[in-house]
Design a protein around this ligand. Structure first.
Ligand SMILES: *Cc1c(COP(=O)(O)O)cnc(C)c1O
Length: 482
């Protein structure tokens, strides 16, 4: 067996050492590297004690906000705590030292993990099959829409419209447009749910699918989902579910049973992989039986006790990702699901719903709720009262929360709520933390009434103070020193 070597280039003898620490006198460096490339004098490396290096990185990490530091109530993003055991499994050398071009005989463990993860996701959502390839929720949307497109093409139909509800995440219309569809917006009703009359009036022979988020973006369950599914299917169209809000449904109900044909999961939200700052993510897609032939290649198949990658899928939409997707995120999600089991997953959603309703009940004395409660795992308040009465906007409230040590909620989204503050506490926050967070928001409401200039000047405790938002987005400078 060939041993890996490390070299001590700074010492006289310039000997090679094996990883086990034994000298390898039979392999002098000169026999491996031409002597003209060998260093003549020791490298001038910076001399820093480990303690200073550790403190430097801890200081840097604390300049930012992260879920290990305090609550991160960013609505729709499900910033739940990421259990450290996820990273332990992810770091096991059998996973972390794999190369994507290794032959399948040598990667059976990884293939088994992916196969079983897809099976568990399939079961959780009640779909017929799942692909793990897409690298994020938005990428899953594009994959799902391409599957829908391929399905209609196979029926010889040229449907060119996609219906998207007006409270949808911006990625929904963006993905539909990327796949070449004309986007038709469907209105919500006074209850905050899909308006069935508006939907009916827009369902015609050109509609390929309706994209829906359930629970929707203001945290409300689409109670009429079975009727919606029937209307859509009777029209020969398909039903897509944006599964970013699966944190409210685990073990309680399943999109497949509601009548959805395609959905994406956000492993980095629902299944506790770290996210923020743009990735990495994982957005598997689940489909009903009629879409299975079009799934991306490769598919992981099990034959007896062996796993293999199958490319023999003549009707596939093709590849959606280099290699197999973001494997490390899959290992984390697998660990999380295995750790909790079916009962644990159900408790996750039950507690997410209880936490959201508890927090909402504390905030109602000072903030407006534009749509009826109870909510599912998140809710959307309006800062209209603060703006009209005191000239304090939702943006100012969000900035002031940073001074209280919290991340801001999602603001000005969804677009159907004016001065929106969209809050998702997740199940991993304790009652004590929720109480402190609620008190911060109530205190800011009091400040807005008595000392609005304090809120308007926020944040004052963060390394970077109030930014000129327009200039920051037009002249992005991510290198400026603090
Ligand atoms: C986060 C989110 C998306 C997009 O998912 P990414 O993984 O960020 O690409 C889509 N829809 C909703 C409702 C979301 O919350």
């Amino acid at each position: 067996m060939r041993e890996k070597l490390i070299f001590d280039l700074s010492r006289e003898g310039r000997k090679g050492y094996s990883l086990s620490g034994n000298d390898c006198p039979e392999l002098p460096l000169e026999s491996i590297l031409p002597s003209k490339f060998l260093r003549k004098v020791p490298a001038d490396l910076p001399e820093m004690p480990e303690s200073e290096v550790v403190r430097h990185f801890v200081r840097l990490s604390n300049l930012n906000h992260h879920v290990d530091k305090n609550m991160y109530p960013l609505g729709s993003c499900t910033m739940k705590y990421n259990p450290k055991i996820n990273d332990y499994t992810c770091d096991l050398p059998g996973f972390s030292a794999l190369h994507p071009l290794q032959p399948a005989e040598t990667t059976q463990g990884a293939l088994q993990l992916m196969y079983e993860l897809a099976e568990m996701l399939r079961e959780i959502a009640g779909m017929a099959a799942v692909t793990l390839q897409p690298a994020a929720g938005a990428h899953g949307e594009l994959t799902g829409i391409l599957l829908i497109k391929k399905y209609h093409e196979a029926q010889g139909s040229k449907r060119h419209k996609l219906l998207v509800v007006d409270s949808a995440h911006g990625t929904n219309p963006a993905s539909a447009a990327l796949a070449g569809y004309e986007i038709i917006s469907v209105k919500g009703n006074a209850d905050g749910r899909t308006d069935l009359d508006d939907l009916r009036s827009k369902l015609d022979g050109d509609v390929a699918a309706l994209m829906l988020t359930n629970p929707n973006t203001i945290g409300l369950f689409e109670k009429d989902i079975q009727q919606i599914a029937k209307m859509v299917h009777d029209n020969g169209s398909l039903l897509y579910m944006d599964g970013a809000n699966m944190n409210a449904l685990l073990g309680i109900t399943r999109p497949g049973d509601m009548g959805f044909d395609v959905m994406h999961y956000n492993l980095h939200k629902t299944f506790s992989a770290p996210h923020g700052g743009g990735g990495p993510g994982s957005g598997p897609v689940g489909v009903s039986a009629k879409l299975v032939p079009y799934l991306p290649v490769p598919i992981i198949e099990k034959e007896g006790t062996t796993y293999k990658l199958s490319y023999d899928r003549p009707e596939s939409i093709g590849r959606m990702m280099n290699f197999y997707g973001n494997f490390a995120v899959m290992v984390r999600a697998y660990t999380y699901i295995r750790m909790l089991g079916p009962d644990g997953l159900r408790r996750v959603s039950e507690n997410a719903i209880i936490n959201a309703n508890y927090l909402l009940s504390l905030l109602l004395e000072s903030y407006d709720l534009p749509f009826p409660k109870p909510v599912m795992h998140e809710f959307c308040l309006s800062g209209d009262r603060q703006k009209k009465t005191h000239g304090v906007r939702t943006l100012d409230i969000a900035k002031r929360l940073l001074d209280y040590g919290f991340h801001a909620p999602t603001i000005y989204f969804p677009l159907i709520v004016s001065e929106a503050l969209m809050i998702e506490p997740t199940e991993t926050e304790s009652k004590e933390t929720l109480d402190v967070f609620a008190e911060a928001l109530l205190s800011i409401a009091r400040e807005a009434a008595t000392t609005p200039e304090v809120v308007l000047a926020a944040p004052v405790t963060t390394p970077v103070k109030r930014l000129d938002e327009a200039m920051a987005s037009r002249q992005l400078n991510i290198c400026c020193s603090l």
